[in-house]
Design a protein around this ligand. Structure first.
Ligand SMILES: [Mg+2]
Length: 117
């Protein structure tokens, strides 16, 4: 689908519909493209590509493209596993907002800090 003026490109709904159209185009549902173990491997692969952007000093455009690859896979995983990622995002952000932060080895960490000193 080509972006049009009437499309809200900032909306989760529009992005999800685009990924759904991509899944439909290649019939992912019937061809193993929505199997979760396979998708985890694909997401790990993209995470590795993101890592390599950082460790090999690639530019911001290359990094953004690899992060977009992972983001698209994440949206597709919400489709594959049939959960509402938009709802999960807001519900998790609410939990995170209630958590405390701590400096650990010079870096900030926001967590529940269970079993921590
Ligand atoms: Mg990639």
């Amino acid at each position: 689908m080509e972006p049009t003026d009437s499309m809200n490109m900032d909306s989760y709904k529009t992005m999800l519909a685009e990924v759904q159209a991509f899944h439909d185009k290649h019939n992912f549902k019937e061809t193993g493209g929505e199997e979760l173990t396979y998708r985890i491997a694909l997401m790990a692969e993209e995470l590795g590509e993101i890592s390599s952007c950082v460790t090999k000093g690639k530019n911001k455009e290359q990094l953004a493209e690899e992060v977009a690859d992972l983001f698209i896979l994440i949206l597709g995983t919400a489709i594959s596993a049939d959960f509402d990622l938009n709802q999960a995002f807001w519900s998790k952000m609410k939990k995170l907002d209630e958590r405390k932060s701590k400096m650990i080895n010079g870096r900030i960490r926001v967590s529940e800090f269970r079993d921590a000193d």
